[in-house]
Design a protein around this ligand. Structure first.
Ligand code: F6R
Length: 263
């Protein structure tokens, strides 16, 4: 894993966007993005939108696949991930809405919707660059602790902690759905590049488990240790429980200039 520790959350977004733009330039205009919702990637997405607006990045031929969607919330609902992705990705980054995909959590046949989602990712040629956040319990996507590390897109029950964490987007905890459709861990691991962003001390324990803990379904993000192209971009607060923080900083600071971004 490449570990980049930035001085603050703003810088995390800027560095994540710069890293993503480099990958996008290498892959080409038809890049397939994997996109997360939640707070973590918002700054990075806003920075990417600035690059698009400045004419430095063209995503008009790109495709995108969201990680997950709540079950039972219709598409236009303000907290549906369809809507969140439209507002944070599709419109600001100038993607063609026809090429932006979110699992259909309102389908009559949820299992068929999950298979259709897997098929659509395959038909698009797989994900070139997956953005991830991490839950305070170590989840990636909504693959909660003890999810199969080989899982594919499927229905999951949200952990109570995840519902509590996401209650800030709803009027009350009771309104937070109990189920979701999520890309599986196996699906996420098929992405060719992964950028995971995390900020704030609430993520420090999960980040330490993901980077330095054993590979275990108890902290699903730890499986990323088995992925060949993962960059973890975090602020000082989220780095607070890492044992080897000095090592990561020194390693990054001594990279050749052309490889390094200002952190
Ligand atoms: C979002 C997702 C989740 C979040 C995670 C962190 O699509 O799949 O794994 O990335 O819950 O959420 P935030 O960024 O809101 O702390």
């Amino acid at each position: 894993m490449e570990i980049i520790i930035c001085r603050n959350a703003q810088r995390v977004g800027e560095v994540a966007a710069a890293k993503a733009a480099r990958i996008a330039a290498a892959v080409g205009p038809g890049i397939v993005l994997g996109v997360a919702t939640g707070s973590s990637p918002v700054q990075a997405f806003a920075e990417l939108a600035k690059l698009v607006a400045a004419g430095e990045l063209d995503l008009s031929e790109a495709s995108a696949f969201a990680l997950d969607e709540y079950v039972g919330i219709p598409e236009g609902h303000p907290q549906s991930y369809h809507e969140v992705i439209r507002q944070t990705v599709t419109e600001p980054m100038g993607l063609d809405p026809a090429r932006v995909h979110v699992p259909n959590g309102f389908a009559d046949d949820l299992a068929a919707a999950c298979q259709a989602y897997e098929d659509a990712i395959t038909a698009a040629g797989g994900v070139d660059l997956q953005f991830l956040g991490v839950g305070s319990n170590g989840h990636i996507g909504f693959n909660e602790p003890t999810s199969s590390l080989a899982s594919r897109t499927r229905i999951k029950t949200l952990a109570r902690r995840s519902r509590e964490d996401n209650a800030r987007f709803f009027d009350s905890l009771d309104e937070v759905p109990r189920h979701c459709l999520t890309q599986g861990i196996g699906t996420i691991m098929d992405a060719r590049n992964v950028i995971l962003v995390a900020t704030g001390e609430g993520k420090a324990h999960a980040v330490a488990q993901v980077i330095e803990g054993p590979v275990t379904a108890l902290y699903p993000g730890s499986v990323l240790q088995l992925h060949p192209h993962v960059t973890v971009i975090i602020d000082e607060a989220a780095a607070g429980e890492l044992a080897l923080v000095d090592y990561y900083k020194e390693t990054y600071a001594t990279l050749p200039d052309w490889q390094r971004l200002e952190v």
